[in-house]
Every structure is written in structure tokens, then in C-alpha cells.
Design a protein around this ligand. Sequence first.
Ligand code: MTE
Length: 303
Amino acid sequence: MRVPGDLKWSDVTPKPLWVNRRQIIAGGAALLATPALAKIEAAKSVFSTTDAPNTLEEITTYNNFYEFGTDKGDPARNAGALTTSPWTVVIDGMVDRPGSYGLEDILKDAPLEERIYRFRCVEAWAMIIPWIGFELGHLLNKVGVQPGAKFVAFETLVRPEEMPGQATSILEWPYREGLRLDEAMNPLTILATGLYGEEMPKQNGAPIRLVVPWKYGFKSIKSIVKISLVAEMPQTTWNMLQPSEYGFYSNVNPTVDHPRWSQASERRVGAGIFAGRQDTLLFNGYGEQVAALYAGQDLAKDF
Ligand code: MTE
């Protein structure tokens, strides 16, 4: 975990250099996949890992976003048609100021930071991603969470004309996710609006998506249009599909295997065939920040 005063890769490498390098590595593909994205200024976060990020090409061409297809390359191929402006997010349920908020309102005075997070997918691959985002807690405090609220439910856009995967019933649409309120308020939980210093590529969940770095990647719901503060544990897409395989919590845990594969190790995307697998860390290595949230809970039961 980075502590103030630590150096990380992007501190020691001037930005124009890493931008160039990744463009050279990426070649034309990434430029095609992510055309003309606006730059975003953001402070650096003390929560960043010191691990070197994956390349922009890896982050934007190996995706899960079933609204655009199930192949890892489908989101980069198909997400270009998604209209992300204007964008509104409905915030409702147990809040003092419910409403339909324009993205500009949400971003007004949001303290954007660059957060380089380890990201661990349930399929046992991992990446390091330099997100730009702000704490979900900042937004929840702005709308005023009422005392009865215990969970936060999220929904992705439903727009089959622009999201070809929604013409299929591979998942039930809208894609849904949820967090317990204390998980949502944890400072590691962010709403991300960009990565690599630019606005969010569409295949990564433009214009605004959740990132919860101690949970399997599927909790990090993309292209959010609805946030509801609720009293009961909400339904979530993967749990609805297969409750024995995907629990509500979905904390990264090397000792609790997925019924069909081990979670003890992971493959770093782009690391090359000789790099080998790495041990998966409890809470994806963020235990210092989040273990206390689950004190007294049996994580094999609450998986
Ligand atoms: N959000 C939506 N709306 N639809 C999806 O299919 N896939 C999830 C998550 N969020 C998904 C989603 C899964 S399984 C993963 S691993 C991450 O997005 C992948 O995020 P990335 O493509 O930015 O790496």
C-alpha cells in the first residue's frame, strides 16, 4: 500500500513519456478504440498502489461489459455507438435530496483523484488500472443519506439500440449491483469518470462507473444511471443468475474458491507467458482499509 512520501511509477516517469510509451506499445488499436478523449486534471491519491499500471491498450481491449457482448474484445468493438452525453443519474430511495442529476451536477466540486488500484476479476485475471474518480461517499453525503438506509443499489443503462448484448438474455437487464452502506462509504470506494488521465473510455463504463478494489471486478458496475438508498439487501445481476457461485459480498478471498475454479492465484493481464501466476491476496491486498468492515462475519458463508 502506498504511504505518503512513497514514489510510484507515474511519479518517476514524466507523463509525456508514459503517454508516448503506451501509444507506441498500443499502436493504432488503442487510438481507434478510444478516440479523442478529453484530458482530466486530478490530484494523486495516497491510496494508490506502487505497482506499474497495465497499458492503456490492455485496459481498453480486454473487458467484461456484457451489454456489448461476452467476448473480451466485444466492448472495444461495439461500445463506440454508446451516447454518453447528456447523461443523468437518478438518485432515489432513502435520501434527503432525491432527483435526476446531470453528470455535470455530480462532478461539480467532486474531488477528483488519480487512484492506481489493483483490480481482480472473478475469472482469476488481474490488472493495475490508473482510475480517475472521487469517493462515492462524497456524492452520498451531498444527497443526504437517511437513517433507515442500509444498502446502496446501482443500475446500468438499458438501451438495446446502442447496446447489442441487451438484445440477448445472457443476463437480466439492467445490470445491477449493490453494496452495504458502510462498504459504499469506505474511502476506497470510488465513482470513476476516467482512466490514464483521460475521460472514461466507453468500453470501461463511460461516463461514470463504480470501482470497489477489494471485491471481484463484477461488483464494479459500469455506465451507471441509477443509485438507490434502500433498507434491504438489493438483488445483484450475477447473484440472480447463479446464487451458488456469486454471493452479495464477493470480496476477493484466496481461501474461498469459486465452485468451478480456485481463487488462490491470479494471472496478470499482459505479463507474458513466463511471468507465472501470483498469489491472490485477501481483500485484494486492501485488508488494512477494509477488514474491519467484516469483523465477526464468516467470509466463507458471506461470500
Ligand atoms: N458492468 C456492466 N454494466 N456490465 C458488465 O458486464 N462486467 C463486470 C464489471 N462491470 C460488467 C460491469 C465485470 S465481470 C468486470 S471484471 C469489470 O466490469 C470489468 O471492468 P473493465 O472492463 O473496466 O476492466
